[in-house]
Every structure is written in C-alpha cells, then in structure tokens.
Design a protein around this ligand. Structure first.
Ligand code: 3HC
Ligand code: NAI
Length: 690
C-alpha cells in the first residue's frame, strides 16, 4: 500500500482508490503503486472484480503535466493500461468529478466505466498542444465512433455523464454513493461471468465509419486550427484508429505524442496552463474574504451592460444604475436582446433567460446601491465624472463595500484619494464584450486593502474570468502594450505597407486578425476620441475618422465592408490616402517584408512588457502572457508575448530594437534596462523574476 494508492475490499470486490490531491494526476508516485496493486489483484484468486475509484473532488484529471519535458519514469501510463488489459476479471472505473486526459485513458483501459450523474469526461490534451498519448485516440473511437471521438479530441471539451452514457462511453450512471454502486455493478457483472472484452478488442463504434464524412469533418476542423499542430495530429490519430490495426495505430499515436510534447507550441500552451493559475493567486493566502451577495453596476452602456450580464451569469443579483429612466430602459433592453440572441442560438433556454433577467433591478437613485457589496462603475471615461460618481458612492455605500472602476486609462490612485475609503477602491478592467471576453485585469491601487483584492480575485473565478492582478499605470498591461504596437503599425503604412499586408503578416503569425481589422471591428472613433483628449494624432486613422469611416459600423474604415458587413475588402481609396499623406511627409514608399512588420510591431510590445515588469506592475512575466492571450488574441501556440520573446531570444530582440532605435530615434525602440540585463544573462525567465 502507498499513501497515494490504497486497496480495500468489499467481499470479493477489490477497490483501488487513488488519492493524489488536488486532482489525482497520474504522477510517478501514483503509477508505480497502482501498477503493483493491479498486478497483485489480478493474481489474487479471492478477488472476483476490481473497481478503480478516486478520493477527493475528482477522478483522475490526467497525466501529471509537471512531468512533461522530463525523462519518463517507468511505468508510464501506457504500461499501466497495458497491464490493466491483461486482467481477465472485470475491471470497472468509478468516475466522479472529471475524468480527463490520461484519467479517461486509464478508464478506457477498464472493461467498464460507471459515472456519477454530475461527472464530466474528456480528452483535453489538445489544449496543451498535445494529443492523448495513452491510447485515447485509438480506444475512444472504438466506443463512441470515429466522428464523435474526433469532435471530442479536437475540441478538447468534455461531455457530461448522460451524453457519455448515450454515446456508449460509460455503461451506467448513478446518483449517490458512487463507489457502492460501482461495487454492486462489478459484483453483478462478475456473477454473470465473462469473458470480458477489453476496449482494444472491441470495434462496435468503428463498424459503420464513413471515411469520406470523417475526412470532410476533419478537414473543416483543420481549417480552424490556425497554425496549431495538435488539432491536425489529433485528427490524424483518430483516422489511424479506423484505418490501422490497434497496435499500429497505438504506435502511430505515440510517435505523434513524442513529437508534440517536444514542440514549442506545446511548451507554450503548458506554460499558459500554469500561468493562468499563477496569475490568479494573491500573496495573501489565508486572508478572510469579504462577502459578495449583491453587485451594483453604474452605467448601462457598452461596458456596464456586458459587465452586468457577466455577474448575472455568475449567479449574482444586480442593481443597475443609470442617469435617466430612458438610458436605463435602453441598457436593460440591450441586455434582454443579447439574452434573446443566446436563446435563438440554443446556448440559453427560455427559462434560464427569464431567470437571468429576474436577477436585475434597475434604478436611477444612488440610495438603491446601499445594499450592494461590490459596486462597479462603468460611466464615461472622464476623471471629473468618475470622481463625482465615487463621491456619491462614498455617501451611500455600506461600510466595507468594494468600489471598483472599469476605467481603461485613468489614474485609480487619484480616484481612490478623492474619497474617504481608498482601501475599498480598486480597478476591474473588463474587456469588450464583457460577458464574453475571458480576461479581467484586476487593478491594485496603492491603498487597496489585501482582503478587498483577494475577494475580487475569488469572485473573478466565479464569473468565469481569467484574472490577472496588475498595478496602476496608463492603460494597465494590455492597453499600454497595445499602444506600443499601434504607433508602429501606422508608421509602416506611411513607409509603404498596406493595411492588408500588415494584417496578413499578423494572421500568418497566428493572430485571429491584424491591427487594422481589429480597429475596424472595435470602431476607429474610440481611439480617435482618446487621442484627441490626450492631444495625440495618428494621421491615417484620424483622417479616416474625419471622413466618417469608423470601421465595420459605418461600412468603411481601413477596409470596405459589403453584404455581410464583416469581410474586409481592400480599398484603393485608403491606399491612395496613405500614399498622399506619406508624400506630404516626404516619405518615399519602399517594399516592407513580413519579418519587418512583426519585428517593428511586436518587439516594441515586448520592450514595453519589460518596462511593466521592471516597474512591478505585474508580479511575473507570465502574467503579461495571460493578459495578451485572453484579452487580445495573441496566438496560444506562441505562449504570449513574453514567452515568445524567450523563444526569439532577448539578445536578438535587443539587437533589432537598437537597430530601429538608431534609425528612428523612437522611444518605443529604446531597449528597457531589464531587457538588456536579460540579454546579458541569456535567460529570459531568470531575468523576468528580477
Ligand atoms: N497535472 C499537474 N497538475 C495539475 C493537473 C495535471 N494534469 N491538473 C490540475 N493541476 C493542478 C493545477 O496546476 C492547480 O495547482 P495549484 O493549486 O498549485 O495552482 C491544481 O491542480 C488545481 O487545479 P485547478 O485550479 O485548475 O482546479 P479546478 O478545480 O478549477 O479544475 C481541473 C480542475 C478541471 C481538473 C483542471 O485542473 C484541469 O483542467 N486540469 C488539466 C486537465 C488536463 O489537461 N488533463 C490532461 C493532461 S495531459 C495528459 O493526460 C496526457 C496523456 O494523454 C498522456
Ligand atoms: P458608454 O458610453 O457606452 O456607456 C457609459 C454609460 O454610462 C452611458 O450609458 C451613460 O448614460 C452612463 N453614465 C454616464 N454618467 C453616469 C453617471 N454619473 N451615473 C450613471 N450612469 C452614467 O461607455 P463604455 O464604452 O461602456 O465605457 C464605460 C467605461 O468603460 C469607460 O471608463 C471606458 O473607458 C471603459 N472601458 C471601455 C471599453 C470599451 O471597449 N468600450 C473596454 C474597457 C473599459
């Protein structure tokens, strides 16, 4: 017996319990005793059946991700499953919580799987840039069919117990004491007598595979992969399960796994997995958090409406405040319309929609915010207006209520200093549309109380956000680095690139869209207003706005938009405008390579990231990666700007920044001291933790 794997008996049924908190990952210290237990139970004539169950909150959630990239210690998962399949007596996996990745593969090594009604089953390896490497691609299709397996493995999304039952992945679903049910199930099966066919020898799911339909579906999924290798490898492996004998397909799966696990893409995605979890931790671990029962939102515009929906979706009752009944009704109307769209799309039931809307209380009276525990302000981006709102909150909010601002750029320390309770003030910087976008920058102001901060970090998880704690600076992490990228995009236009050429370089890099497509989508007028307020200019974008070209919403921006209003069409008028403006500035056009585009837009971003680190705005460089992947579409396969910088090499980045700084004398190219230090030590992560 080991601390991690315990064996008990219920009559002639043996129960093997894996106990490796928090998620029962299949670490070496689990695999070794598990193998021993299975061998000894296999050879023990007094055992009629074996149940594999887990202690704690979940069944096995997968291989131990921290072991990837290190030498494999035997027995590996494949050896474990192979041994499981040598057992002639019935083996039953009892699944509660989640059976993910190697966890589901272990269960597929059993003859039978029974599940708690609330359990979820899936192979999410693709999200780590991998494919299931413990036979999942070869065994799952044998039970659920090739197309269903393809969808599950390429999406990485788990399915519920009921769906898994209907698909043939689990044999029975129970409510209540799962282990007891599993033991009864195993005993009954043993009583009926064998032989019991291991999944590897079953082909129920494969019998009627239509390979042409499979290929069509795989092709469509591959198109969405956007440069990621793992989804393509997943599809290939499932296809092999159909076209090759079991052992051959298993060996092919292994070869693909070995290739992927060593790839930069998988390293990047594993980095992000841990980075997201790190970013959400505050140093104050044992702190007593404040209670949040009701949430107040001020302003029912673009952001306020979305933020209110995000909280409502997380189960919070909302008080939504506006300046007039008219504005309030408009805001509530938009919220109702958005929920109705979800119903039409099938992602929300009519009942759930009614329930969500019932969580909203509208008001135009600040006194109605007195029972709110958290109040988020999303009014106009204007310091005087924000201070006025916070002054009113100071008068009406209950003691200890957390007062948050959704400001994009304003100084939260200044807002906090304007009221009597700065310790309760912080920033909650949501991204548009706030009910959809995963990222939440939580801004810690100088006087923010640690318990207020810890409370909102917790709350972020409850409303499904990926939270990153950041400090106060202009634009925080995301928008500050975006500005560093943006200034060069316009300069490249003037020097001879076209919007399409720049956007193409971005999509080739793996971004979902380039800066000009993104500007057109978000609305060019937002940046224009912001620049005017700060006395800044961007000659091309400003001229487009003066011509009423705000992007998709006006049918014209950097591109033209026709019928579906979403597909950008290159506009010769815009290209002529660019050339005219360049000529006025005396800039002669020249050919610009994709490499130069990436270098001049992304290296300044990394440089700004280094300054952000240096100033202590974030605790670690991986926080910046989490912001960019979840808020701005930085390609996951590159792990975020700072991880990618590590791959590029700090020395190369410095060399190119200095080159461009010599030529242009622009500040964005002046290497940050921290970046220089990193280049000297040759280690990005080591430097980043300075
Ligand atoms: N290996 C190592 N650590 C893991 C892990 C894993 N597979 N899964 C979770 N953890 C760690 C997390 O890093 C976290 O550690 P921390 O507390 O020190 O930050 C802790 O377990 C708890 O994780 P969460 O905060 O994510 O807990 P939740 O309750 O929110 O979620 C979960 C639980 C749904 C299981 C989620 O952790 C998850 O999705 N885990 C990853 C599942 C996965 O990808 N499995 C496949 C692994 S690859 C594989 O199996 C390859 C095989 O085919 C060969
Ligand atoms: P918006 O103009 O769509 O909405 C602002 C709303 O606030 C309006 O409905 C207005 O009637 C209301 N309002 C103004 N003063 C008020 C007051 N004193 N009391 C109550 N309500 C009041 O603006 P948007 O885009 O929603 O922006 C709001 C805030 O969110 C700004 O600080 C902005 O910088 C920030 N933000 C905006 C993002 C975006 O993409 N639009 C993204 C992230 C943050």
């Amino acid at each position: 017996m080991s601390d991690f794997v315990k064996v008990s008996r219920d009559g002639d049924v043996a129960i093997v319990t894996i106990d490796n908190p928090p998620v029962n990952a299949l670490s070496f210290h689990v695999r070794e005793p598990l193998l021993q237990a299975l061998v000894s139970l296999r050879d023990d004539p007094s055992v009629a059946a074996i149940v594999i169950a887990c202690a704690g909150r979940t069944f096995v959630a997968g291989a131990d991700i921290t072991e990837f990239g290190k030498p494999v210690q035997q027995p590996d998962l494949r050896a474990l499953i192979a041994t499981l399949e040598t057992i002639a007596k019935p083996t039953v996996a009892a699944i509660h919580g989640t059976a993910l990745g190697g966890g589901l593969e272990l269960a597929l090594g059993c003859h039978f799987r029974v599940a708690d009604a609330g359990a979820k089953l899936g192979l999410p390896e693709v999200k780590l840039g991998l494919l299931p490497g413990g036979g999942g691609t070869v065994r799952l299709p044998r039970l659920v069919g090739a197309v269903k397996a393809l969808r599950m493995i390429v999406s990485g999304s788990p399915i519920g117990a009921t769906e898994a039952h209907a698909a043939g992945l689990v044999d029975a679903v129970f409510e209540g004491d799962l282990t007891a049910h599993a033991v009864n199930f195993a005993r009954e099966i043993a009583r009926k007598g064998g032989p019991y066919t291991p999944v590897r020898d079953r082909d129920d799911g494969l019998e009627e595979t239509d390979l042409a339909a499979f290929d069509a579906e795989a092709g469509a999924l591959a198109k969405k992969a956007r440069g990621l290798e793992a989804p393509i490898a997943c599809a290939q492996a499932v296809r092999n399960a159909v076209t090759m004998p079991f052992d051959e397909a298993l060996a092919a799966e292994r070869a693909l796994f070995v290739r992927l696990v060593a790839s930069d893409q998988s390293r990047a995605q594993r980095h992000l997995f841990f980075a997201e979890r790190e970013a959400a931790k505050t140093s104050a671990k044992d702190i007593v958090k404040r209670r949040i029962t009701r949430v107040g939102i001020i302003g029912a515009g673009t952001m306020g409406g979305g933020i209110a929906m995000a909280f409502a979706n997380g189960g919070y009752p909302i008080t939504l405040l506006e300046t007039s009944q008219e504005a309030l009704q408009r805001g509530l109307g938009t919220i109702e319309k958005n929920y109705a769209v979800s119903v039409t799309r099938g992602s929300l039931t009519e009942d759930a929609k009614r329930q969500r809307l019932a969580q909203f209380k509208g008001s135009t009276d600040y006194a109605d915010l007195a029972d709110c525990d958290l109040i988020v302000e999303a009014v106009f981006e204007d310091m005087a207006v924000k201070k006025e709102v916070f002054g009113k909150l100071d008068a009406v909010a209950k003691p200890g209520a957390i007062l948050a601002t959704n400001t994009s750029y304003l100084d939260i320390n200044e807002i906090a200093a304007s009221i009597s309770r700065p310790q309760d003030v912080l920033g909650l910087h949501f991204f548009s549309p706030a009910n959809v976008m995963k990222l939440l920058e939580i801004v810690r102001a100088d006087k923010t109380a640690p318990d207020a901060l810890a409370t909102v970090v917790d709350m972020a998880r409850r409303i499904g956000k990926v939270a990153v704690v950041v400090g106060v600076c202009h634009g925080f992490v995301g928008n500050r680095m975006l500005a560093a990228r943006g200034s060069e995009s316009e300069a490249l236009l003037l020097e001879g690139a076209t919007p399409s050429q720049i956007d193409q370089a971005f999509t080739d890099f793996g971004w979902p869209m380039g800066p000009f497509q993104m500007g057109d989508l978000a609305g060019l007028d937002i940046g224009w207003r912001n620049r005017k307020a700060r006395g800044l200019t961007a000659v091309i974008a400003d001229t487009l706005c003066e011509q009423g070209r705000f992007g998709q919403k006006t049918g014209r921006g950097f591109y033209l938009y026709e019928a579906d209003a979403r597909t950008p069409i290159a506009d010769p008028e815009v290209e002529a405008l660019i050339r005219t403006k360049a000529a006025e500035k005396g800039i002669a056009p020249r050919a610009i390579s994709a490499e130069e585009i990436i270098e001049r837009t992304l290296y300044p971003m990394i440089n700004e990231g280094a300054k952000i680190l240096e100033e202590g705005i974030v605790a670690r460089s991986s926080d910046i990666d989490v912001v960019w992947v979840n808020g701005y579409g930085f390609p996951v396969g590159k792990g975020g700007p700072m991880f990618w910088a590590g791959l590029e090499g700090a020395a190369k980045i410095i060399e190119r920044l200095e080159y461009w700084h010599d030529r242009t004398a622009k500040d964005v190219f002046k290497p940050a001291p921290l970046l220089k230090a990193m280049a000297e030590t040759g280690s990005w992560e080591a430097g980043a933790s300075i």
